[in-house]
Structure formats: C-alpha cells, structure tokens
Design a protein around this ligand. Structure first.
Ligand code: SF4
Ligand code: SF3
Length: 545
C-alpha cells in the first residue's frame, strides 16, 4: 500500500516518503495519521460551531493537542494508539453534534461527517483516501501554505501539551487550534491572499504557546542557572530519560529518591540539569549519549531502562527493546506505556538490570543559560560589545538529524572567531556541545539556552539586547543559523517570521513542502537563506550583513 508524507527534513529524496517513512513510519501508521488529522478537522468544524454555546471543555482542548501531537515525526508509531485517537475524536464530535442538533445547528462540512470503519484495516483503507494531497488545494502554492500551517500546528500542539501537563493553558491557544483545523477542513476555499496571513498567524500563536510554556517551566522548576553536567557515569543502577517533558523527569526523580538509582538524561533532556528544582535531586547525575538520531547506536550500551517522553523515538534495536518505556503520547508497538503517576515498572527493572559496573568520569558541559542567566549579565555583555570585545552573536540551534551535511554546524561553530559568542538551543547543539570555546572576560563563548522549547527564552534575549542597544532586532550584531528536522522547528520558524526576523540561515535543506513560489516569497521578503559552507556564510555575515 502507498502513503505520502513530507512533513520532516529527512523525507525520502527530499520529496516525500511514499512506501515507508525514513523515520520508520509504515504506510499503515501514515494513513491512520492522515485519517486522524481528517477526523480532527471534522471535530474542529463542529467545535467551532459549538464554542459560542459554551460547550467546549478544557479536556477537549487537551485532547486536540495530544491527538495532533501524536502525528508529529517520531512520536507515535503504534497503530492501536492512533486508532484510539480517531475513535475518541469521533465520540467527541458526535456528542457535540448532538448538543448542536438540539439547537438546530448543522455544520455541513464533509469532514464533520466522517464515519470510521469498524476495524483497523477498514480505517487504514479510509486513511489512504484522506492523505495530504487529497485534502489540500490543487494550487501548488496554496497547498504549500496549507501544509505549512498543518505542520506548524503540530509544533504548537506539542508545546501546548507540555504546558498543559504543568497546569498552564490559554483559551486563546485552544481556540486557535480549532480555528486553524477548521480552516484546513475547508481547504477548497480561499486563495493565496487568504492563506498567507494564516501562516503568520500560526507563527503568532506558536509564540504565545512558547511564552506560556516558558512561564510553565520556569514557575514550576525555577529559572535555569549555569550548571556543569558530567558526560561520564558512575558505578551503579541507572535510568535514562529522553525527550522534553520536565514533569516526567521530576516524577521519576521523586519516585527513585533513596533507591540507589542514578538518573541520566539523553537528547533534549540535557538542559533539565540547569533547573533549580530538578538539580536539587542529587541522583540526577549526568548526561548519557547525544542527540535523538544516535539512539540506536548509543542505547545498547546503557545498562538500565530508558524512558521516552515526547519525541523523538526510533525503532528500538533488539538488544534494548525490553528496556524501553514510553509515556504521554509517545508510542512504539509492544513497548510498555507508563504514566508519571507510577513509574514502578521501570524502577523495578532498573534494580534488576546490572547498571554501570564502574565509575567512568568524562568531560563536563555547561547548561542553564536561559534568559534570566544571560540577562543577569546583560550590562556586562553590552559594555563588552561597546568596547569591541564581543563582535557578534550567533544563535546556532535547532534540530539535529542524520544527514551527513549537518556537520556544517560543527564546522561553523569551530570557525566562529574568538571575539564572538555562540548561543545554542535544541538537540542541534550536540554537533558541538562538548567543545571548549573558552570565555570572553569570564563569559563562556558557548551558551546553552536550553531545549527547542526554550526558543522563547532566546527571543527574549534578542529583544533585551535590541532595547539595550536602541536598535531593532534585525540591526543587532546577531545572526541566526538554524537547523530543522521536525514540525516543532516549523512552528518556531513561523514565529521568527511573525516577529519579522530577517536574514535567517536555514539548513540542511529547505522544507520539501515549500513550493518554489512560497520559498521565493520567503527569500524575497524575509531574506531567508539556505546554508552554504561555514567559511562562506561566516565571511558574508562578518563582512557586513
Ligand atoms: Fe518521511 Fe519524515 Fe514523514 Fe517520517 S515523518 S514518513 S521520514 S516525511
Ligand atoms: Fe530535537 Fe526531535 Fe527537533 Fe527539540 S528532539 S529539537 S529533533
């Protein structure tokens, strides 16, 4: 059976995965995810009609976010979980519709009438008719904008879910999710003039979501502080946690207190070490391994269970399959799903597994340079710029991935001149995170702002610097050199465009879902550039932008 997905950077041939996803997603899961997005759009149409009647609940908002999040790259590969989301969406829709029927309101759209087949093969066959190309405009440019919004929404759903688990919700974000999905259900309506502003609106709402998440994380766990993180390990039992969810990590730390188990972070969980409330647990020991795409190489060497929160999961190797647990919306068929209220299955397994036989000290890296930590030095940093000690700031961040061309980011950072600072965030940092770039008058030249979730923190730093210098953000001695992989990065890029940021360098390639005209529009209006070589890009940037 065939499929079509081109939502991430590693899409086959830079065009689209049509037989099986490069990520490991098979055609069955891909078509089920298409059916799920279709069902959610139909639910949104009905929810939009039900909103003025006060019929929407907070639970429905959480459901939208989790269901959309489950279709983000490397999140959920379990057909049964996707099927469950489809059936739950139809239940929500029918109960809202029943209320609307009483009031004589009948949302007429086709998507709102979807009847799921009774079994999984039937649902998969339905999904095959509801793919990305079937459910979008025939006009390549309008379709490109519609898909950009659909993928940006997945990023928003992920960030909104993170905030919601900490008890932080904003009705405006929930309303937007419904509005945007309902717009997408009406893909046959509207021209470029209608869809282009909707793309920027997606960026605007993602910024709002990231601001909420920043508040949720910092109010729940404190503002990150500069913290050294060991990359080695110590003898003893061990659990590895990966993904972005800090609440899961905190729950695990609480439940393993006094059990003689050291907790290690992997991938995007590394910045967790900088949060005061998390670093207060002495058994949060260090970081093991690097970015998500290396998990199949690195996890066979970890002598304990691995907890996957959020993205990015890959097919577990046979050697560690039985050590893998997922939580939240993450899923891999036959891997146990655990809830943060009770991590005892993996804690018990950690006590049974050998753990590390001996101490093996390694390097240390520094994390914890969120907006508070950086801006507490803002005065000194501004003075150093004025005195010519700091020539330029680079934000080199985003997603990591498997493509060979991603060594660009390593070589770029290695060649950044010594009078420049490098800010980084998200898993792309693993391309250079353990390099010793030294300091400028005591300020480290490499500053880890955090996860991709902390992009808001980086934006705040840029805004504060622009105020301090009395110039617009685009006139600061600051350049953004970004890498993307999945749809959270799409949402962040849309936020940067919404903020009017220009001259962004993007790699390793432009998204396949940008039509030639849409890509040209971005280049012409935002001066977005594809990365070239570190040498050429550095020369262009420092030669005067
Ligand atoms: Fe292909 Fe990426 Fe879609 Fe996976 S998520 S099927 S790799 S485009
Ligand atoms: Fe990384 Fe998936 Fe995007 Fe959070 S963990 S940045 S790729």
């Amino acid at each position: 059976m065939s499929m079509f997905c081109y939502q991430c950077e590693q899409t086959a041939k830079g065009e689209g995965c049509t037989v099986r996803g490069v990520c490991g997603k098979n055609a069955e899961v891909a078509t089920l995810q298409d059916a799920l997005m279709h069902t959610l759009k139909g639910l949104a149409v009905v929810a939009q009609a039900a909103a003025p009647k006060g019929l929407l609940t907070e639970d429905l908002g959480d459901f939208f976010n989790e269901a959309v999040f489950s279709t983000l790259t490397n999140v959920n590969f379990d057909p049964k979980r996707i099927e469950a989301f489809i059936r739950e969406a139809v239940c929500h829709r029918k109960s809202l519709q029943a209320e609307l029927d009483k009031a004589g309101i009948y949302p007429p759209e086709r998507a709102a009438a979807f009847e799921p087949a009774a079994d999984l093969p039937g649902l998969i066959a339905q999904g095959a008719e509801l793919g990305l190309m079937a459910e979008a405009s025939d006009d390549a440019d309008v379709r490109s904008l519609q898909h950009t919004i659909q993928f940006g929404l997945k990023g928003i759903a992920a960030y909104a879910s993170h905030a919601a688990v900490l008890g932080y919700r904003d009705p405006a974000i929930g309303e937007y999710m419904i509005e945007a999905l309902a717009d997408l259900a009406r893909w046959d309506q509207g021209d470029l003039g209608v869809w282009l502003p909707r793309v920027l609106r997606c960026g605007e709402l993602n910024l709002k979501t990231m601001e909420l998440l920043d508040k949720a994380n910092t109010e729940s766990f404190g503002h990150p502080v500069p913290t050294p993180v060991p990359l080695g390990h110590k003898a003893g039992k061990a659990i590895l946690v990966t993904g972005h969810d800090l609440l899961d990590l905190e729950a695990l730390l609480k439940q393993t207190e006094g059990r003689g188990i050291a907790i290690y972070t992997h991938g995007e969980m590394l910045p967790a070490h900088g949060y005061p409330k998390l670093k207060a647990y002495p058994h949060l020991f260090g970081n093991f391994g690097t970015a998500w795409q290396n998990q199949r190489k690195e996890l066979p060497d970890f002598p304990g269970p691995v907890l996957f929160t959020t993205n990015c999961i890959q097919q577990p190797q046979e050697s560690y399959f039985r050590n893998v647990y997922t939580t939240g919306v993450v899923g891999w068929p036959d891997c146990p799903v655990v809830d943060r209220s009770d991590f005892s299955p993996l804690i018990e397994q950690a006590l049974e597994l050998p753990g590390f036989a001996q101490d093996e000290p390694g390097k240390e890296v520094m994390v914890g340079f969120g907006r508070n930590a950086i801006l507490s030095n803002a005065g000194a940093i501004v003075d150093m710029v004025k005195a010519g000690k700091i020539r330029h700031f680079f934000l080199v961040g985003g997603c990591d991935g498997a493509k060979p061309g991603r060594d660009y980011y390593t070589r770029f950072v290695e060649q950044v001149p010594e009078d420049c600072l490098v800010l980084t965030l998200a898993c792309g940092k693993y391309r250079f995170f353990d390099k010793d770039l030294g300091t400028i008058d005591g300020i480290p030249r490499l500053l880890d702002v955090g996860q991709c979730n902390d992009a808001f923190s980086a934006v705040q730093v840029a805004v504060a610097l622009s105020k301090a210098f009395g110039v617009g953000v685009n006139d600061l001695p600051l350049s953004l050199v970004l890498s993307w992989y999945e749809q959270k990065a799409v949402a962040i890029l849309l936020s940067l465009l919404y903020l009017g940021l220009k001259d962004i360098r993007l790699g390793p390639t432009f998204p396949a879902f940008l039509s030639a005209n849409v890509a040209k529009y971005l280049v012409d209006n935002y001066d977005i550039k594809a990365i070239t070589t570190p040498e050429e890009d550095l020369a262009t940037i420092l030669g005067g932008k």
